[in-house]
Design a protein around this ligand. Structure first.
Ligand code: NFS
Length: 648
């Protein structure tokens, strides 16, 4: 194993990796050391789509490269673009299948067929129903919900027209999408079309392939992810600021520890309810535990943290480490970001690993399938199993004493309210503070951890650099959890880390300089926030006019690429760290880095150094400030009558 400073900047992570090594338990950190990335695969210059290959086209000098082709004649541009598009299709499929599961549960909830679920946010239900053109006046909430669920489910299989949420984007943005023919028709259709077009011998023009990748990515941001966010808010409540704790230190030695890991917050919501069941509480006492401690992992953690203040045990690279504490009775996993390595680690302890989705099993692992019709019974069954497993602990328990308090739950609706109040809810104060220069701009820093970089370091270094330069940061996913662990999600962080302008605004409003907006599907909240800023006025008439940028400094999953691409296609300058998944072709890279700015006014950039990446984002923000004519700080002036007359 390499030097421990390379592992993580989070002390809890380092301590548990060391424990694992002492005990001879392999984790992702060991496997990454043993397996080096394939040098051709990392450039995406390997084509495996037919059985005449795989064809490897490593990067060569320009002339030689021009002469190289796959067996079928496929050029390096076609191969790289196809790989890029397929990754996006997989990412979009993941988010939108999550959305489908939520929509189906929502329909069952509306019909009264889902045990333990209800409609919690009726105001949001009405507002989303109106977006879908549903008549709401004088109607029963239940009927509105049923009609909404049916309409939402049709978004997946639509063959023609436009996704409904497209019209939530600024008008100018919709015109750009129209011009390039990238408005998604139906979510599933765009995924299928990528798979078809990238089949052997179909679409062989890299720019054309990438346009379909763009249409598909938009079907995630303005489709699947937005549906997940909205329906989850309606069923479980729209997040409002709540205090929670984060990091592996939230596990409790004297309680039954249950970790919910994964992405769909359906079962986790019911586990929250089930932990309050008096019979289960009594049972826990009977086996010698003081109580039941539910904690989250990965994006499911964000969901239950921001809606219920349930503690968050950690982000992606900490999943195996939670088990290595020796204190976890049960870990449930549903879909996405779950390492198969969990099984081997769990076998070294008493921990029961349980798969819960009909779409994801792990060979040899207990499977207790979640179905909304008897969801609460399933949640109770899982908790009972965890309680009965408590006396089976056979290891010395080691829970690192590291946790941090966080304030989370900054949904779009909450930001609107915090800035403008209940009756004047608006983004006006935010826009004004950007115009007067106290806030330089906005950055969305999101995405995964990647074991090829130091855990959490990219997120934290980048975000500290941004807030130091008065850039307000919106964050989700593993990036958000990294911030929580490092103390960036509390209002006090403003005084400690930010420039004077941003600190002043944070103190006046009482918000942290980094706003936790939720899980990965909640990146759709960032799109809505950006659109609201445009609609508020004074910062141009499109998302691309805003002094804003996006980044995923530690990305690794295909979902992250889908998110990055819909950010870009929505007009946002987006920087990725770790690796660039089109390294094999300069032309493809050039197209996404430069020509996309001309076409979509947002473009990709790649910079693995987080400080340099932050500087790129700040200079892009400054470029936009200049274009808006707000590059020189100025205060708002109250015009008197003489000044008004002089305006002519
Ligand atoms: Ni999103 Fe990455 Fe996974 Fe969540 Fe974390 S790894 S793309 S942030 S947990 S989905």
């Amino acid at each position: 194993m390499e030097d421990k400073d390379r592992i993580s900047v989070d002390p809890a992570t380092v301590e548990l990796v060391e424990k694992a090594q002492k005990e001879g338990i392999k984790t992702v950190f060991d496997r990454a050391y043993e397996i080096k990335p394939c040098p051709i695969g990392i450039e995406e210059s390997c084509c495996k789509i037919c059985a005449m290959g795989p064809c490897r086209l490593p990067r060569l000098k320009e002339k030689q490269q021009r002469e190289m082709a796959g067996v079928c004649g496929a050029t390096i541009e076609t191969i790289v673009a196809r790989n890029f598009a397929r990754k996006i299709a997989a990412g979009v499929a993941a988010h939108s299948d999550h959305a489908r599961e939520v929509a189906e549960t929502f329909l069952k909830t509306a019909r009264g067929e889902a045990q333990g679920f209800s409609i919690k946010d009726e105001m949001k239900l009405i507002s989303v129903a109106l977006d879908f053109g549903i008549h709401v006046e004088g109607r029963d909430i239940k009927d509105i919900a049923i009609e909404l669920a049916e309409k939402v489910l049709k978004e997946f299989g639509k063959q023609k027209g436009k996704l409904t949420y497209i019209k939530k984007a600024p008008f100018k943005r919709q015109e750009i999408w129209e011009k390039y023919g990238v408005i998604p028709r139906g979510i599933d259709r765009e995924v299928v079309e990528i798979m078809h077009r990238t089949h052997m011998g179909v679409d062989q023009d890299y720019k054309h392939i990438l346009l379909q990748a763009t249409r598909c990515a938009l079907a995630d941001g303005w489709g699947g992810s937005m549906i997940s966010t909205d329906l989850q808010d309606i069923m479980f409540g729209t997040p409002v600021p709540v205090i929670g704790n984060i990091n592996l230190g939230v596990l409790k030695e004297d309680e039954v520890n249950v970790i919910v890991h994964g992405h769909e917050p359906l079962l986790p919501e019911l586990l929250v309810v089930a932990t309050k069941d008096p019979e289960l509480k009594d049972l826990a006492k009977k086996v010698g535990a003081k109580g039941i401690n539910l904690a989250g992992m990965c994006c499911s953690a964000n969901e239950v943290l921001m809606r219920h203040g349930i503690p968050c045990a950690g982000n992606f690279l900490q999943q195996e480490l939670a088990i290595i504490t020796g204190a976890v009775e049960v870990m449930t996993v549903d879909v996405q970001c779950e390492m198969q390595g969990l099984k081997g680690v769990a076998e070294c302890f008493h921990t029961r690993l349980i798969t819960t989705s009909d779409r994801a099993k792990i060979e040899g692992v207990t499977h207790i399938e979640f179905h909304p019709e008897h969801g609460l019974d399933t949640a109770k069954k899982i908790l009972k199993l965890a309680i009965e497993n408590f006396p089976n602990r056979r290891h010395n328990i080691y829970i690192p004493a590291h946790t941090h308090e966080t304030v989370v739950g900054f949904s779009h609706e909450t930001i609107n309210y915090l800035l403008g109040g209940l009756f004047r809810a608006s983004y006006r104060p935010l826009n004004d503070n950007i115009i007067n220069g106290r806030i330089r701009g906005i950055a969305g820093v999101v995405g995964c951890n990647n074991v090829r970089t130091t855990h959490d370091a990219g997120h934290l270094t980048m975000i500290k650099e941004l807030i130091k330069h008065d850039v307000l940061v919106l964050t989700t996913g593993c990036a958000a959890m990294a911030c929580g662990k490092a103390g960036l999600l509390i209002p006090e962080a403003a005084r400690k880390y930010t420039g004077s302008g941003l600190a002043e605004v944070c103190e006046a409003v009482g918000i942290p300089p980094v706003l936790h907006m939720g899980a990965c599907v909640d990146n759709s909240r960032i799109l809505i926030a950006a659109s609201a800023m445009v609609k508020e006025g004074g910062l141009g008439d499109d998302i691309s006019d805003l002094p804003a940028a996006g980044a995923a400094p530690e990305w690794m999953s295909e979902k992250a690429l889908a998110i990055g691409h819909y950010f870009v296609a929505s007009g946002i300058y987006t920087v990725f760290g770790t690796t660039w998944p089109a390294l094999g072709s300069e032309k493809v890279t050039e197209h996404l880095f430069k020509e996309y700015e001309e076409m979509f006014k947002g473009m990709w950039a790649f910079e693995p150094d987080p400080i340099k990446a932050a500087q790129l984002m700040v200079s892009h923000i400054d470029k936009k400030r200049k274009a808006l004519g707000i590059d020189k700080a100025r205060e708002r002036i109250l015009f008197d009558m003489d000044m008004r007359r002089s305006l002519g």
